[in-house]
Write a protein that binds this ligand. Structure first.
Ligand code: XIL
Length: 348
C-alpha cells in the first residue's frame, strides 16, 4: 500500500460519515470532476448506463452527466433488447441514451453488435443456414450502425469471440458461418459508418497469457486481411485482491498499439468481498488508480470506462457470488476512496 493511499484511507476512516465528503463533491467546482480533469488530460472517462435509472432517477442522471464524458449502454444496444422480433426494432431505450449523451455533450461507445449472449430467442432457437445467418448479421449491424451514424464514435463490433480456453468460442456465429463471421461483422459496420472506430472487445485478456495471446493473434490476423478494425477493448472486470499485473497489462497495450490499434479499458469494475471492509476499499482504490495511471501513461489508451458507476446498479453482486461494492460511487451516489484517489491522480 502506498503512503498516499494509507493517508487517504485514514482520513476517510476519520470521517464520521460520507456526508461531509458529499457536500464537498456537490459544491465542488466543475473542474474537479473526473470528467473535467480527465478531459484536460486527453482521456475519455466513461460509464455503462442502465436504462431503468437513466429514465427514472434524477440523482443517477446528475452524477452521470457531471462526472463522465463517455457513455456506453450496459444492455440496451445488445441484439436481444433491440430486436424483439425479426421484423421489429425497439429503439426507445437506446434513443433515450443517445439523447442523454448528446444533451450532456458526451461521446458514446456502442456496445455490442455481435455477442453470443443477450441474443433474441428467435435467433437462438432457429436452425439457420449459413447464408441466412450472414444476412441476419448484415441486416442487424447495418440497421443499428446506420441509425446512429455520425453519433456513435466507437463500436464494440464483436464481443468475446475467444473462449477461456484461448480458442475461438464455438458460438452460433462461429459454428454456422465459420470464423470469417468476424471479418464480415467489421465490414458490415464499416460500410454503415466509415468514420466509426471499430473495436474487438474481450475479458480476461488484459494482461499476458494464453487468452490475451489469442486475442492478439486474432486482431493481427484480422488486420492482415484488411479488416476495418481500429481498436481493442480490455474489459477489466477484476477482483481487488487479484488484479492483473500492471506490467503485463502495459506490455499487452504496447503490443496492440504496435499493430496500430487504439486501446480502451471498456468495462472496469473492481469487486471486493461483501460486506465491504476498509481494507477492501483501499485495495480497490489502488487497483482503480493503477489502471488509471497506466492508461494515462500509454498514448494508445484513450478511454477508461467503468461498468456502471454506482454500487446501487451493478451486475457484480448477481454474477459473482459474495462480491460487490465494485464501483467508484457507493449505493447512495457518494464517492468512494477509489473516486478520490483517481481524482487526486488526475489533478497531478
Ligand atoms: C452484462 C450486464 O451488466 C448485465 O446486466 C447483463 O445481464 C449481462 O451482461 N461483458 C460484457 C457486458 O461485454 O455486456 C456484460 O454486461 C458483462 C460482461
Amino acid at each position: 500500500m502506498t503512503r498516499f493511499l494509507l493517508l487517504l484511507s485514514l482520513a476517510l476512516v476519520g470521517c464520521d460519515s460520507g456526508s461531509s465528503m458529499s457536500e464537498e463533491i456537490d459544491d465542488a467546482p466543475a473542474e474537479t470532476t473526473l470528467r473535467a480533469l480527465a478531459t484536460a488530460k486527453g482521456l475519455h472517462i466513461g460509464a455503462a448506463v442502465a436504462a431503468g435509472p437513466l429514465a427514472s432517477d434524477p440523482a443517477y442522471r446528475e452524477v452521470l452527466g457531471t462526472e463522465f464524458s463517455m457513455l456506453t449502454a450496459e444492455n440496451v444496444m445488445k441484439m436481444g433488447p433491440l430486436r424483439p422480433t425479426p421484423q421489429t426494432f425497439s429503439w426507445d431505450n437506446s434513443d433515450a441514451l443517445m439523447d442523454f449523451a448528446e444533451s450532456n455533450e458526451m461521446t458514446v461507445r456502442g456496445h455490442a453488435l455481435v455477442w453470443h449472449q443477450s441474443l433474441p430467442s428467435w435467433v437462438e432457437s432457429a436452425n439457420w443456414g449459413r447464408q441466412e445467418l450472414i444476412a441476419i448479421l448484415q441486416e442487424h449491424i447495418g440497421a443499428v450502425v446506420t441509425r446512429y451514424r455520425g453519433r456513435i464514435a466507437h463500436w464494440d463490433v464483436v464481443n468475446e469471440a475467444v473462449g477461456d480456453d484461448a480458442r475461438r468460442r464455438p458460438t452460433l456465429f462461429n459454428e454456422v458461418i465459420g470464423p470469417e463471421y468476424l471479418q464480415m461483422a467489421f465490414e458490415f459496420a464499416h460500410a454503415a459508418d466509415p468514420d466509426a472506430k471499430l473495436f474487438y472487445n474481450d475479458y480476461g485478456a488484459e494482461g499476458l497469457g494464453a487468452k490475451s495471446d489469442a486475442v492478439y493473434a486474432l486482431v493481427q490476423e484480422l488486420l492482415s486481411t484488411g479488416t476495418p478494425l481500429h481498436g481493442v477493448g480490455l474489459q477489466m472486470h477484476v477482483t481487488a485482491s487479484n488484479p492483473p499485473s500492471m506490467d503485463a497489462v502495459r506490455s499487452n497495450i504496447r503490443r496492440l498499439a504496435a499493430l496500430g490499434l487504439e486501446v480502451h479499458i471498456t468495462e472496469m469494475d473492481v469487486r471486493i468481498p461483501e460486506p465491504a471492509t476498509e481494507n477492501g476499499l483501499v485495495a480497490q482504490a489502488q487497483v482503480y488508480n493503477d489502471v488509471l495511471q497506466l492508461c494515462l501513461s500509454e498514448p494508445s489508451c484513450t478511454s477508461l470506462v467503468f461498468w456502471g458507476f454506482t454500487d446501487r446498479h451493478s451486475w457484480v453482486p448477481s454474477f459473482f457470488q459474495g462480491f460487490g461494492a465494485a464501483l467508484p460511487f457507493d449505493e447512495d451516489y457518494q464517492p468512494k476512496l477509489a473516486y478520490q484517489v483517481m481524482q487526486q491522480t488526475l489533478m497531478n
